[in-house]
Every structure is written in structure tokens, then in C-alpha cells.
Design a protein. Structure first.
Length: 208
């Protein structure tokens, strides 16, 4: 059973179209990344564990539920930073840890340069946040790090994926759910997704 989930929500499709446009300036680009991240995180967390509770309302007693799972957000620097705020708005108690992984432009292999994970995990579920699942190298490296750290449940949340990157991540980590707004055609020779949206980091921070 495939764990790849591509959103079919019309708001996701609408906002992703705006995000792709070359006319979208950095400020609006960041806003769209934040909004899309919240929508995708909503879908990615549909299976979180809860326990039944009762609460007193002004009119009586209601049966409800509260989360059992504790959540960690792991943005891959730097492009993943723009996704944190949107997810945090849904889950303000989530812990956030940063992983710095960049893709070597010659080898297209991931290089880790920053890791601020504590000694032991304090959460039951981690969401890896990275707008683009291109070659899959950074995502695989991030999952490797989190599994070695001791996290049992890991999900990848991104905006756009390539067939090649998805296949690589599934092959290396078939237990990791992948949540995306879209799957595009292919990678080009430089490892960029086509048609994609360009460099997500540059477009967020105005450095392109």
C-alpha cells in the first residue's frame, strides 16, 4: 500500500498555482508557503492518536478528545523554515528542531552541516518539512538521522515532489508517509523539479 498522499483540496490547488507563478513576489510567496503548509499538515495529521475526555460546557457535559501523540517539526534548512509557521498555527505546542542539509551541486548528494536535535526524542511523531522533494537525498538523510535518534513515526510534508525523489524515498524508507500538494513531471539535469517553481529558498528569501 502506497504511503504517498497528494492533496486534492481545491484551496491547495489554487494556492499552489499562485506559488508557481514567476510573478509572485517573495512576500506573497512566503505567505502562500505558510498557508499551503497548514493545509497539508491538516491532512498529514488526520491519523494522530487521541484519548476520550469529558469537558464541562456552559450547558452541560460534552464528550471530546485530546491528543495523545506529541509532535516534532523538523524543517530542513533553509527552505523548510517557511513551512514552520503554518504548521505551528495548527499545533502551537509542537517542538521544532532544525536540520541543515544542502545538496552538493556537482554530486547532487546531501551534505549535513547543522543538527540541533536534543540527546533523546521527546515526541512520538516527527514531520519533516521541506517544500521540494526533488532528488530525495535530503529527505532520506533527514529520515536516517531521525530514525537513528529514536523517532518511531516519521512523515514527510512538502509542496511538490518529483517521481524520482518519491521513488527514492519510498525505496529507502517505505514506512514514511509522504504528503504533497502535487507530483510534477521530472527532474532536469541540475536536479530541479520540472515544471516546479524554481528554487524555493531563493524565492522565499529574495536571494535568487
Amino acid at each position: 500500500m502506497s504511503l504517498v498522499h497528494v492533496s486534492k483540496h481545491p484551496l491547495v490547488a489554487h494556492k499552489l498555482t499562485k506559488l508557481r507563478s514567476v510573478e509572485t513576489e517573495p512576500k506573497r510567496f512566503r505567505e502562500l508557503v505558510r498557508e499551503l503548509s497548514a493545509l497539508l499538515a491538516y491532512e498529514a495529521t488526520a491519523d494522530l492518536l487521541t484519548r476520550p475526555v469529558t469537558v464541562q460546557t456552559p450547558m452541560g457535559v460534552a464528550q471530546g478528545a485530546e491528543l495523545v501523540d506529541t509532535i516534532g517539526l523538523v524543517p530542513i534548512l533553509r527552505a523548510g523554515l517557511g513551512m514552520v509557521e503554518g504548521v505551528w498555527e495548527l499545533m502551537p505546542t509542537a517542538e521544532v528542531w532544525h536540520l541543515g542539509i544542502y545538496r552538493d551541486e556537482k554530486t547532487l548528494k546531501p551534505v549535513q552541516y547543522y543538527n540541533k536535535l536534543p540527546t533523546e526524542p521527546r515526541v512520538s511523531v516527527c514531520l519533516i518539512l521541506d517544500p521540494m522533494l526533488a532528488t530525495g537525498g535530503s529527505a532520506i538523510a533527514a529520515v536516517d538521522i531521525l530514525k537513528q535518534w529514536g523517532v518511531k513515526r516519521i512523515k514527510f510534508v512538502g509542496l511538490i515532489g518529483s517521481p524520482e525523489g518519491i521513488q527514492r524515498l519510498e525505496t529507502h524508507h517505505p514506512d514514511v508517509a509522504i504528503h504533497l500538494a502535487a507530483i510534477d513531471e521530472r527532474l532536469n539535469n541540475q536536479g530541479y523539479i520540472v515544471p516546479g517553481l524554481g528554487d524555493a529558498g531563493d524565492r522565499q528569501f529574495g536571494t535568487g
